[in-house]
Design a protein around this ligand. Structure first.
Ligand code: ADP
Length: 169
């Protein structure tokens, strides 16, 4: 089984890529985005400036600079507007396009934060279902060590329950 949930700070993980829940400018922000830029150092922002932003649901890759992770995959999750404006599809795209980019770059391990569940306001249970489903679907076809990184005990429990329930199907 190569989908696991852990609790911790994603900037500390020694994996091929950590995913950044970025905004469309890719020029940094608060939350996990701010933490990743602080830990990676100024060179990350410099490379991000060359990328000309990123559409919601898409993903772009950079180096990891001072991070233990070799790369950062920057993706943009949707802002929650009640769920009727394509949010589920866009969130799924963010996970799928990040995984696709990892595969295209021959990466073997990737760690995701809970995209859109902070400032972007996506309900945590709904977002976790989409995250787990997108990862399990990907693993039916490809090999990858995927970590879902929780930032609290309740987020961790939620992921673990879902992984258990959804892998049985
Ligand atoms: P978004 O704008 O996509 O909602 P946020 O950064 O506001 O992104 O929040 C996304 C999730 O990342 C939240 O659940 C938050 O608790 C979590 N988070 C914040 N900092 C870290 C970190 N250093 N490592 C892992 N997860 C984090």
């Amino acid at each position: 089984m190569s989908l696991k949930a852990i609790k911790g700070d994603i900037t500390k993980l020694n994996v091929d890529a950590i995913v950044n829940a970025a905004n469309r400018t890719l020029l940094g922000g608060g939350g996990v985005d701010g933490a990743i830029h602080r830990a990676a150092g100024k060179e990350l922002l410099k490379e991000c400036r060359t990328l000309a932003g990123c559409e919601t649901g898409q993903a772009k890759i950079t180096k990891g600079y001072k991070l233990p992770a070799k790369h950062v995959i920057h993706t943009v999750g949707p802002v929650w507007h009640g769920g009727e404006q394509g949010e589920p599809e866009l969130l799924k795209n963010a996970y799928q396009n990040s995984l696709k980019l990892a595969r295209e770059n021959q990466l073997a391990s990737i760690a995701f934060p809970a995209i859109s569940t902070g400032v972007y306001g996506y309900p945590k249970e709904k977002a976790a279902q989409i995250a787990v489903e997108a990862c399990l679907d990907f693993l039916k076809e490809y090999e990858m060590a995927i970590l879902l990184v929780a930032f609290s005990d309740s987020d961790l429990n939620r992921y673990q329950q879902l992984i258990e329930n959804m892998s049985e199907k």
